[in-house]
Design a binder for this molecule. Structure first.
Ligand code: PEP
Length: 252
């Protein structure tokens, strides 16, 4: 009952012309294919208008990579959820490990950003995941459930399934090291169990949990076969159409 959801996070790659070309390649490749999987892309802010326009009426969803906690104000250089909504964006990543590690997004800020998404009518893709040292210390469950509690704790139960969760072990992001399907499944089951304990049963049953961390065409199928893995958040392999499409093929 949970449709798989594959999202390409383009990070700080693809200015407007390159982003438009990649969006066009995806649009052409996916036209006429069966739409059994939800597909989205997250270009940098500057390229969002080009990609939103290119992907209009295609069913390919557009996400931003970040948003500010406030709707407007004296925050030079920032972009609000309300602005993203006006630009035609549907989803927004929140709490990506690069934001947490490099730009000071604490659990408290991540929570505010989740709420900012809801205020603006955007659907959050909430990233959680442990560092290598935390996994080596056996703290991965504690870290991930702490991040979940901070970000989702104050949501109403019926809001939670609108959040796509992305489990992204930090040691697997951009490193070429993927969590094994069993390692990933284990954490996804922990996350679903956490949802089950805190919310009515429909929440755990319907909330999608993506895996992220060096997903590529060669490992997507075995990850996507796991019962609690509902898609992928893809960095490097989303930067060219062929590699990204190979991941979508792995979902069939
Ligand atoms: C990411 O940045 O969310 C990610 C999963 O990157 P990569 O696929 O390159 O590991």
């Amino acid at each position: 009952m949970r449709r798989k959801f594959i999202v390409g996070n383009w990070k700080m790659h693809k200015g407007p012309a390159d982003a438009d070309a990649l969006a066009d390649a995806l649009k052409r490749a996916l036209a006429g294919r069966d739409a059994s999987v939800d597909v989205g892309v997250a270009p940098p802010y500057i390229s969002l208008p080009a990609v939103v326009s290119r992907l209009k009426h295609t069913g390919i969803l557009v996400a931003a990579q970040n948003l500010h906690t406030e709707q407007q104000g004296a925050f030079t250089g920032e972009v609000s959820g309300e602005m993203l909504r006006q630009a035609g964006v549907a989803y927004c990543l929140v709490g990506h490990s690069e934001r947490r590690q490099l730009f000071g997004d604490t659990d408290a800020i991540v929570e505010k950003k989740v709420h900012a998404c809801f205020r603006s009518g955007l659907l959050p893709i909430l990233c959680v995941g442990e560092l290598l040292a935390e996994r080596e210390a056996g703290q991965e469950r504690e870290v991930v459930t702490r991040q979940l509690a901070a970000a989702l704790g104050k949501l109403q139960a019926d809001q939670v399934p609108s959040v796509t969760l992305a489990y992204e072990p930090v040691w697997a992001i951009g490193t070429g090291k993927t969590a094994s399907p069993l390692q990933a499944q284990e954490m996804h089951a922990t996350i679903r169990g956490w949802l089950e304990e805190r919310f009515p049963a429909f929440v755990a049953r319907t909330t999608r949990i993506q895996y992220g961390g060096s997903v590529k065409g060669s490992n997507a199928a075995e990850l996507m076969r796991m019962p609690d893995i509902d898609g992928a958040l893809v960095g490097g392999a989303s930067l060219n159409a062929e590699d990204f499409l190979a991941i979508l093929d792995g979902c069939r």
